[in-house]
Design a protein around this ligand. Structure first.
Ligand code: ADP
Ligand code: MG
Length: 616
């Protein structure tokens, strides 16, 4: 998929694809000789619409739903009841069924606050069963097992549509759904959804609210299912519970996976195959189901990424491999100067912790830490492994809730605020074990860091209003500038997981800088870097401080810490055993004792890196 995404948004294959689909839909009725085939095609488009919605959930947000038939049923029953009992016309009923299904989408998203994966799939299965059961038992409204018949044919402006006209209506709705599906995938929302799937903690650290993103995915997919269900009811003029069983939910999921989840056209192809195949296999009589299953198993074995996903993957393999090289960093960039420009008064308090304490069971990982971090300074946190350094960063950035004590960021009390809200206040961080969005490109990794800086909302995104293009271009330029700043522009289109380790660290810093942070937390940024890269990292950190950005640096690399820090705090067993200037800390016997054991002397603090690392 990544090689497709590269062409977004200007040199896009997408308008041509849409045009081809449009022409196909417009000319199809002319080519079909009988009404039955036209009906199969209508069914195909309806399922394709359903599959597109499900794709946003499965392919983008990484959530598996096996209850989509339930949402499909809600759409179908909603229009049926409105049309037969309340005399609603097509469009009002259609819109209401989408809204109702969307409402159920919110409900289905709620469990994701607690459960994920298989457990979530079970909840969606339960949902499907409940809906089916209600359809059967609530017979006064749903007609029970008999269902609802006599749904009138669709009329627009007082005239009843012919089959061909209804086909065109379905085709038009499908095309709208297809374009919106693309617009959502290729937008900051689509990126954010993929980011949440690939590393939830990294997504939170750059201001993305995972719960919101999952809910959005559920709602959109439910709206698609509702729309498809409504069209289905009008196509058959009849609904009953038989069409909305668990097996149907499985088939819808198969459509997405077979075609290629996460791709733009895959779900349509999957829906086409799984709708058409049973028709073709009818000739096989009793072997029909067998052939169907065997073919599916074979295709998925040969093409594990689904048909479109695999073809795109093969295409990627055919591309000539380019040699990449990284550049020295930080490389001055005018755009980055603007991005990182803060006029916070230097020497004010950026972060203050008061008696910050956190316990894990009996273990007190941070004990009564009271520390002031001044604006525009590099504040190092050192200490032996397990001293509580990462825990301290996690408490500040909202990943852990302190047991007691206070944290103030730029004068605001922040304990209890979720991580993504803190990120929006200007707190950025990197992780001890690098957390990138591995299956997104290097450029996208940085771009997603700008997620919260966008002003254009969902409507502007879906309708591709001018603000969408302007912002997309603006942030793309900034992201490219940030990549040049950290010397990685040559890798822009590479998947992040393919980067060498040191480059991953640089990329993580670039992504954090996209937040335009006021406070930057770096957790062992030098680990895994070469000597040359460490020198570059040192100048980067000093440069950030000179721009009034406050840096809290957790690092084992003592020589580096001593060279660039303004103040050093030393932790041991969760307690601050020393805090002060580099000189003060270096001279403190307690520090030498804790950090290097009794053999420690001041000379060790000044010995070359390799030796110190062995000691630490
Ligand atoms: P370091 O200084 O090496 O970064 P940490 O902050 O990662 O140390 O860990 C400090 C102590 O807290 C360790 O004993 C660690 O096992 C413990 N700890 C950290 N996070 C958790 C957690 N989520 N649950 C339980 N114990 C934890
Ligand atoms: Mg740590």
């Amino acid at each position: 998929m990544s090689s497709f995404l590269k062409y977004f948004p200007l040199k896009s294959y997408f308008p041509w694809l849409t045009l081809a689909l449009g022409i196909g839909i417009a000319t199809l009725p002319l080519a079909l000789e009988n009404a039955y085939l036209l009906r199969v095609w209508m069914l195909l488009l309806i399922y394709a619409l359903l599959a597109l919605g499900l794709n946003l959930l499965v392919g983008l947000a990484g959530l598996v739903s096996l209850g989509q038939a339930g949402l499909f049923a809600i759409g179908a029953y909603c229009v049926s009841i409105l049309a037969t009992k309340a005399g609603f016309g097509f469009f009002p009923g259609f819109v209401l069924s989408m809204l109702l299904a969307g409402g159920f989408g919110v409900m289905l998203a709620y469990p994701t606050v607690r459960v994920r994966g298989v457990y979530l799939a079970v909840i969606t299965i339960a949902f499907g069963i409940i809906v089916e059961n209600i359809a059967i038992e609530w017979s006064s409204v749903t007609g029970g097992t008999m269902g609802i018949s006599n749904i009138p044919k669709v009329s627009l402006i007082g005239t009843q549509l012919s089959d061909v006209q209804f086909f065109y209506l379905i085709g038009a709705i499908f095309l709208v759904g297809f374009v919106l599906h693309y617009n959502l995938i290729h937008s900051r929302f689509g990126r954010a959804m993929r980011a949440v799937t690939q590393s939830e903690i990294a997504a939170r650290s750059i201001g993305i609210n995972p719960i919101f993103m999952r809910t959005l995915a559920f709602v959109v997919s439910a709206v698609y299912a509702g729309a498809a269900g409504a069209l289905y009811a009008y196509l058959n003029n009849y609904v009953n519970p038989d069409t909305f069983r668990f097996a149907d939910s499985v088939r819808y999921l198969l459509m997405v996976i077979l075609g290629g989840s996460g791709t733009v056209i895959g779900p349509v192809i999957g829906a086409a195959i799984l709708t058409y195949l049973p028709e073709v296999f009818q000739a096989l009589g009793v072997w029909q189901q067998f052939a169907y299953g065997a073919l599916l198993a074979f295709v998925m074995f040969v093409m594990p990424l689904g048909i479109v996903g695999t073809v795109v993957h093969w295409y990627g393999l055919l591309q000539p491999k380019r040699a990449h090289s990284s550049q020295p960093w930080p490389a001055p960039q005018a755009e980055v100067d603007d991005l990182l420009e803060h006029r916070i008064e230097r020497d004010s308090i950026c972060l203050r912790t008061s008696s910050l304490t956190i316990a894990f069971g009996g273990l007190i990982a941070n004990n009564q830490i009271s520390e002031d971090v001044r604006t525009g300074t590099v504040h190092a946190v050192i200490g032996p492994n397990g001293a509580g350094k990462s825990t301290f960063l996690n408490c500040i950035s909202g990943f852990y809730q302190p047991t007691s004590g206070k944290v103030e960021l730029l004068g605001q009390l922040t304990v209890g605020m979720p991580t993504h809200a803190l990120a929006r206040l200007g707190l950025a961080r990197t992780f001890q074990n690098t957390e990138l969005f591995g299956q997104m490109t290097v450029l996208e990794n940085v771009l997603v860091g700008f997620h919260t800086s966008y002003k254009g909302g969902m409507l502007a995104t879906l309708l591709r209003l001018p603000i969408f293009f302007n912002e997309e271009r603006h942030f793309r330029n900034l992201a490219e500038a940030l990549l040049r700043y950290v010397g990685l522009s040559d890798y822009a289109d590479e998947q992040a997981r393919n980067l060498p380790f040191g480059h991953q660290r640089r990329l993580e810093i670039a992504r954090a800088l996209a937040l335009s942070p006021k406070l930057l937390l770096l957790d062992e940024p030098a680990a895994g870097l070469t000597h040359g890269e460490i020198e570059d990292l040192k100048s980067l950190i000093r440069e950030l401080a000179s721009r009034h950005i406050t840096v809290i640096l957790v690092e084992h690399h003592v020589e580096m810490v001593m060279a660039i820090s303004d103040r050093v705090m030393v932790l041991d067993y969760g307690e601050v055993i020393a805090s002060g200037s580099v000189q003060e800390v270096q001279d403190d016997p307690k520090v030498i004792e804790a950090y290097f054991g009794s053999a420690g002397t001041r000379e060790i603090l000044a010995t070359p890196v390799a030796t110190v690392n062995r000691l630490a």
